[in-house]
Design a protein around this ligand. Structure first.
Ligand SMILES: NC(=O)c1ccc[n+]([C@@H]2O[C@H](COP(=O)([O-])OP(=O)(O)OC[C@H]3O[C@@H](n4cnc5c(N)ncnc54)[C@H](O)[C@@H]3O)[C@@H](O)[C@H]2O)c1
Length: 255
């Protein structure tokens, strides 16, 4: 129960990793606020949490909209009693093409805007509440695609997820004196609902190729991403800030 009495806001919380993280935070005592751009995802995410006995609230917000983000973060703090944890999971390659010749300027804008600017807006709106609480923890979402060259995502995603690391370090330096820690998680491939279908549709040969590139030789459980995020969000990582945690079965190893 590492989060008893704490308030956690999870962006992209309506589905995928964000929802799994929100559920785990709630099971450990946090009051949870979900932010998601999809009304359908938000509604089903809140229903899922409520069915698990977790009293969660949330709002439909596109993290690209700084005013809407601030309004929602302020509402979360007002209704739940402050803000201690931000997990900025909203992002992804968002259906944009992988190959250079197929990528349009609009694709680049979308991926940079949601991943980098969205993370920035959410962090900036959260910092005053964390200062008021005497500290807090922000977990940003990079990716193995921002740490190395991914075979499945393109330049916009690589640039955005690498950019989030710069944002994370610079913000960590700026808000460290306020007791606010900022760290990034960089997951490898986790088969959330969206990606499981893609993986299942691959040939056995292609699936074996993916597994061969992973020293641990298996796909991870979703909990194997959730647990490291909760570690970074909790006091267990109280002297860690500005760090990136690679969670990829050894597929990419930092030098
Ligand atoms: N799943 C993986 O294998 C993997 C690997 C590396 C990094 N990541 C990162 O983890 C994060 C979560 O990934 P996922 O696989 O759970 O994604 P997902 O697509 O399953 O869920 C993302 C959620 O974010 C929401 N969202 C999308 N755009 C948004 C916006 N502009 N504003 C607010 N909400 C928005 C979606 O509606 C969705 O509910 C992303 O940042 C992704 O890049 C995932």
């Amino acid at each position: 129960m590492r989060f008893t009495g704490r308030v956690a806001l999870v962006t992209g919380g309506g589905g995928g990793l964000g929802l799994a993280i929100a559920e785990a935070l709630g099971r450990e005592g946090a009051s949870v606020w979900l932010v998601d751009a999809s009304e359908q995802a938000l509604t089903s995410g809140l229903q899922h949490l409520q069915a698990a006995g977790i009293p969660a609230r949330g709002a439909v917000v596109d993290v690209r909209d700084p005013d809407a983000v601030r309004e929602s973060v302020d509402a979360a703090a007002a209704q739940l009693g402050g803000l201690n944890v931000l997990v900025a999971a909203a992002g992804g390659s968002l259906g944009t093409p992988r190959d250079l010749e197929d990528i349009s300027p609009a694709d680049l804008d979308l991926v940079i805007d949601v991943n980098i600017k969205g993370t920035y807006h959410c962090a900036v709106a959260s910092v005053p509440h964390m200062r008021a609480a005497g500290g807090g923890s922000i977990v940003t979402f990079s990716s193995i695609g921002g740490r190395s060259t991914s075979p499945v995502t393109g330049i916009p995603y690589a640039a955005a997820k690498a950019g989030i690391l710069g944002l994370t370090r610079r913000l960590a330096r700026e808000v460290g004196p306020d007791g606010i820690r900022v760290n990034a998680i960089a997951p490898g491939l986790f088969l959330t609902g969206r990606l499981q279908g893609m993986f299942d549709a691959m040939s056995e040969h292609d699936r074996d190729e993916v597994l061969d590139s992973i020293p641990l030789r298996r796909m991870p459980a979703i909990s194997e991403c959730v647990d490291p995020v909760l570690f970074l969000a909790s006091d267990q990582s109280s002297y860690i800030t500005g760090a990136v945690l690679d969670v990829n079965g050894g597929r990419f190893m930092a030098g």
